[in-house]
Design a protein around this ligand. Structure first.
Ligand SMILES: *[C@@H]1O[C@H](CO)[C@@H](O)[C@H](O)[C@H]1NC(C)=O
Ligand SMILES: [Ca+2]
Ligand SMILES: [Ca+2]
Ligand SMILES: [Ca+2]
Length: 256
């Protein structure tokens, strides 16, 4: 009889407003690798609610979240922990976006609690190095000194860490080409390695290769034309021609 009157009193003073809201079990942070297939379960969310009035239901609460995540049907009793799994709706590309603040609601039928789940997208090495130029070519003289920088190749790789680190090498179907030229591994400087003085005319057709830290490669054609002919240069402008000095007559005048 007494407990009945307490319940009656509580109902009178509070109505349903004394109902406790759902409590999330954690601040949820999940990691997921990019490119994992649609349908992959990437994490579980659990909430508790002791006093109803209904079993908890979970929903995604903004458009971005619904695009990325579906929730499974909840399992478990709200009084000890009711859970849903987050299922991936589409593949993630870390090179487009590295992290998400997903938004959800959980409700006990009376209180609705809004919450965030942090999702970090982890890199996999899914890009090969790419050269900035579709090909490289340069004409040089056979009198070029050893160690001269002929040209600089540049590649980029948008993956993170080792997967984005590039080393350069030079290749040719004719191995003897590589006695004349080499490429600086880190900076992509293509340089002469031996005297070219005996070459009258030759087109060296080689490839610069960029390799990332996990072995993915990109390559580009490099043509170096070596000739003993003078490399054409524009004729000197008349204004740069220094007139010959007048004959010296007053010897000793300036130097006394
Ligand atoms: C690179 O060179 C090879 C052989 O010299 C040629 O078959 C190929 O088409 C070239 N590629 C490009 C992109 O120029
Ligand atoms: Ca409740
Ligand atoms: Ca990547
Ligand atoms: Ca890469």
């Amino acid at each position: 009889m007494q407990s009945f009157s307490i319940a009656l009193f509580t109902a009178f003073v509070c109505g349903v407003s004394c109902n406790d809201p759902p409590q999330l079990q954690h601040n949820y942070v999940f990691d997921v690798k990019e490119n994992v297939p649609v349908g992959t379960i990437i994490g579980r969310i659990t909430a508790v609610d002791l006093d109803g009035p209904q079993e908890l239901t979970f929903t995604t609460s903004n458009q971005l979240t619904s695009e990325i995540i579906s929730l499974t049907n909840p399992i478990g009793s709200s009084s000890i922990g009711r859970s849903v799994d987050m299922v991936l709706n589409r593949m993630l590309d870390r090179e487009l976006r590295t992290d998400y603040d997903l938004e959800f609601d959980v409700t006990d039928g009376y209180n609705k609690v809004h919450f965030y789940v942090k999702l970090f997208c982890q890199d996999i090495n899914d890009n090969s190095p790419r050269f900035l130029s579709p090909s490289y070519s340069k004409a040089i003289s056979s009198r070029s000194p050893v160690g001269m920088i002929v040209l600089i190749v540049v590649a980029s790789d948008i993956d993170s860490g080792l997967g984005g680190q590039i080393q350069y090498t030079l290749e040719s179907d004719d191995a003897s080409d590589l006695t004349y030229f080499f490429i600086n591994t880190q900076a992509g400087l293509l340089m002469t390695k031996a005297p070219l003085i005996n070459i009258l005319y030759h087109e060296f057709k080689m490839r610069a290769v960029a390799t990332d830290g996990y072995g993915l490669q990109g390559s580009v054609n490099v043509t170096i034309t070596v000739s003993s002919y003078a490399i054409p240069t524009p004729p000197p402008k008349p204004s740069l021609v220094t007139p010959s000095p007048p004959p010296v007559t007053g010897r000793g005048f300036l130097f006394g």
